[in-house]
Design a protein. Structure first.
Ligand code: T4K
Length: 402
């Protein structure tokens, strides 16, 4: 059966078979040539050097410095620890302005660094709104932590202006933004520091891993000490630190994946284009378009579902997609200010976050990456179109079955 000729009854949430026999996910890992990876592991065993700033970690850091055009890239065991150490390395106290519309790790890292998150609203592109940031500045503000959500660069000039005006550190969570640009320059070289995630679900991964990039020699030196317990030599500890080290197998994975990154990104770009074409004109469905002047990794295909235009809510659509084995995700739902401990720490935060509050009910991220063929993306889009056209009948059947 053609996938856009289904009847309401044939939806898997009623009586039908799922459209896809296997689950299609957001964030299925894309990995490079496994032979190259195993060769690197064999070399590692012959050297018997497994971790602690080994040769492959050093090679990875050098490769990232070139690729992102930054002076320093410091590898960490994961993106959350990279964020936390980046914050600790600033040697600041007080409040950090951050969006609530982000993965919870961004905010947990602020708390773990002994700082207080202050949530700011976002604009229509899902990025920090500099006007809202300005309103959130108090005498206790120490830093702004922007998030380059979906690989889009924040409004960096305006945030930098605010940071300079108020004497604040400007930092970025660039977890989504490897190989993306802002005004034609790679993200990674802005603010004081930027932190990346190399988690398995990211377009460029090292199983688990993270990076902090900076142009500042002193901050880089501190970060290198901090990730290794603060040791400056075998017996001397010169600052507080922890274990933030990336292992050699993880670096081997990253080096291997770096060789294939451009092809992963072309696959994502093509899928994004198929989704864009096939979703066009469906009432109530907005696809977040990326700035064509910038380089994007196209890791996230992000929809906004407007319930009135679409005829059903984002959550009702999600229920249908999941039954069809399409594991779309509600990133970032609920937003951070509605999760503990932040809900208790600042129960009134929602009043300052109207865009975040409304967006959280509408965003849906669709599967992409190597697991998805262009025809799958077309079928998913056609299914979404079908749901819109049949929204009344589907809702009626749910009510009848309830
Ligand atoms: N800042 C931001 C803005 C972030 O988005 C993140 C992480 C961080 C900071 C922190 O960086 P890390 O400390 O994680 O390096 C995922 C990822 O775990 C997380 O890294 C990511 N952001 C977040 C947006 O998404 P979950 O809980 O949604 O992942 P999970 O386990 O549901 O996996 C996603 C899908 O991928 C599933 O359908 C299963 C599939 N999968 C996953 C893994 C790990 C596989 O098929 N194979 C696999 O090996 O958080």
């Amino acid at each position: 059966m053609s996938k856009d000729m289904r009847s309401t009854a044939s939806l898997a949430c009623f009586t039908g078979e799922p459209l896809f026999p296997e689950t299609l996910s957001v964030g299925r890992p894309q990995s490079g040539d496994t032979d190259r990876f195993f060769d690197r592991l064999r070399d590692m065993f012959s050297r018997n050097w497994l971790t602690n700033h080994g040769p492959m970690v050093q090679e990875l850091e050098a490769a990232v410095e070139v690729r992102l055009d930054v002076k320093h890239a410091i590898a960490f065991c994961n993106g959350t620890v990279a964020l936390e150490m980046m914050l600790r390395a600033q040697e600041i106290k007080g409040e950090v302005i951050v969006p609530s519309f982000t993965f919870i790790a961004t905010v947990h890292a602020i708390r773990a660094a002994g700082l207080m998150p202050v949530f700011s609203d976002i604009g229509s592109t899902h990025l920090l709104d500099p006007d809202a940031v300005e309103r959130a500045v108090t005498p206790n503000t120490a830093a702004i932590l922007g998030v380059h959500t979906w690989g889009q660069g924040c409004e960096i000039e305006r945030l930098q202006f605010l940071a300079d005006q108020h004497g604040l550190k400007l930092l970025f969570d660039a977890a989504h933004a490897f190989d993306c640009t802002y005004r034609g320059r790679p993200l990674g070289g802005f603010g004081v520091c930027e932190a990346f995630s190399l988690h398995a679900t990211k377009v460029f991964h090292s199983f688990e891993g993270g990076l902090v990039t900076t142009q500042d020699d002193a901050v880089a030196h501190r970060l290198r000490l901090m990730r290794n317990f603060g040791f400056s030599d075998y017996d001397t500890v010169v600052c507080a630190g922890g274990n933030g080290k990336l292992s050699e197998p993880a670096a081997a994975m990253a080096l291997t994946n770096l060789e294939s990154l451009s092809s992963f990104i072309s696959v994502n770009r093509e899928l994004h284009e198929v989704y864009r074409r096939s979703l066009q004109g469906i009432p109530g469905v907005g696809l977040l378009d990326y700035d064509p002047r910038e380089r994007q990794n196209h890791q996230y295909v992000v929809l906004e579902i407007d319930q009135d235009g679409f005829g059903m809510s984002r959550d009702q659509l999600l229920r249908i997609l999941q039954a069809e084995n399409i594991l779309a995700r509600r990133y970032f739902y609920p937003s951070c200010h509605r999760m503990e401990p932040y809900r208790t720490l600042d129960p009134e935060a929602g009043h300052r976050l109207p865009v975040t509050t409304s967006l959280c009910e509408r965003v849906l991220v669709l599967p992409t990456g190597g697991q998805i063929a262009p025809i799958d993306a077309e079928d998913i889009a056609h299914l979404i179109g079908f749901c819109q056209r049949e929204a009344g009948a589907i809702r009626a059947r749910w009510e009848h079955d309830a």
